[in-house]
Design a protein around this ligand. Structure first.
Ligand code: RIB
Length: 305
């Protein structure tokens, strides 16, 4: 089965449930506080693992984050390439408001301590036919993309959180982008409120060899590659907490393709998986398992593995 290397962040998510996201100068009380396992890399690896993929996570944590490893292991994620160093694990301070929307402040911790020699060692164990999945939440993302491309991996990149450093990355070495509407508009050089289909067209022109998956919240999910376009509508669900919804989408879209589904079916599958995630609290713990998403199709897809 395709080996999928997720090289990315692991965080301790400190989650405060609030009425509204706190304003500058304001102090608010939260109705609950939880300390959860998170990080975009770890969440995407968890989604791939829960979807039944052969997934490997590489990253770095401190001793305070060791509790994340057995959880990932229980989802089928190989964490042998997660280093433990003497410093602190990455932290995410997350407010979730009464509508399930969040705001996040990151402290990099181990995510910022990854070295080029570690990147080279990890990626040397992977090669042609394997996938890389990367985000913009750890040090040396550019080196990770280049090393993976050089060894023949298919490079998937989710430029999240989007910042000015993204444009300096070797984006021409990316085979497949996962962006939300804000990231898509920024990468396309369009205003924040640009229509998703317009941003998609610009991205396809900017990266003519790459596949683009653009998620647009309530407006559904789009796929573009050269002249090909696909679309899936949102799957409606009560929104409790949107944390991890994009990570779920990435993991389940890839899993569906690996299982032999069409792009359209993969968009629909990933939308369904994300709708389950937003209806639950937390990050990787709220990601659904394969049986909740694929149902019986899990066992009947042509060419599935
Ligand atoms: O995508 C959600 C994740 O973003 C959270 O789990 C948090 O850790 C931040 O990395």
């Amino acid at each position: 089965m395709t080996r999928i290397l997720v090289y990315g962040s692991l965080n301790i998510d400190m989650v405060f449930a609030v009425d509204h996201i706190v304003l500058p100068g304001e102090t608010v009380s939260s109705s609950s506080f939880t300390r959860n396992a998170g990080g975009k890399g770890a969440n995407q690896a968890a989604a791939l693992g829960k979807a039944g993929m052969n997934v490997f996570l590489a990253g770095k944590i401190g001793a305070d984050g060791k509790f994340i490893l057995p959880l990932l292991g229980s989802y089928g994620v190989d964490t042998g390439n997660v280093a433990v160093y003497e410093g602190a694990t990455g932290n995410a301070l997350i407010q979730v408001d009464r509508n399930g929307q969040n705001s996040i402040v990151l402290y990099p911790g181990g995510n910022g301590d990854i070295s080029v020699s570690e990147v080279e060692r990890v990626i040397s164990a992977f090669g042609a036919g394997d996938f890389l999945v990367a985000q913009n939440e750890i040090a040396h993302t550019g080196e990770i993309i280049n090393a993976a491309k050089k060894r023949g991996l298919k490079v998937h990149f989710n430029p999240s959180p989007y910042d000015e450093k993204v444009e300096a990355l070797p984006l021409d070495n990316v085979d497949c982008f996962f962006v939300n509407e804000l990231e898509g508009a920024a990468l396309a050089g369009l205003p924040k409120d640009a229509p998703p289909a317009a941003a998609l067209d610009k991205l396809v022109k900017r990266f003519p060899k790459a596949e683009i998956i653009l998620t647009a919240g309530k407006n559904g999910a789009y796929y573009g590659q050269a002249e090909t376009r696909e679309y899936a509508a949102i799957v409606d669900a009560p929104v409790v907490d949107t944390t991890g919804a994009g990570d779920t989408f990435t993991g389940y879209f890839l899993a569906a393709l690996v299982k032999g589904m069409t792009v359209r079916a993969a968009l629909e599958t990933a939308s369904k998986a994300s709708s389950i995630t937003v209806s639950r609290r937390g990050a990787m713990e709220s990601v659904p398992f394969a049986v909740e998403v694929f149902g019986s199709r899990l066992f009947h897809v042509e060419g599935g593995n």
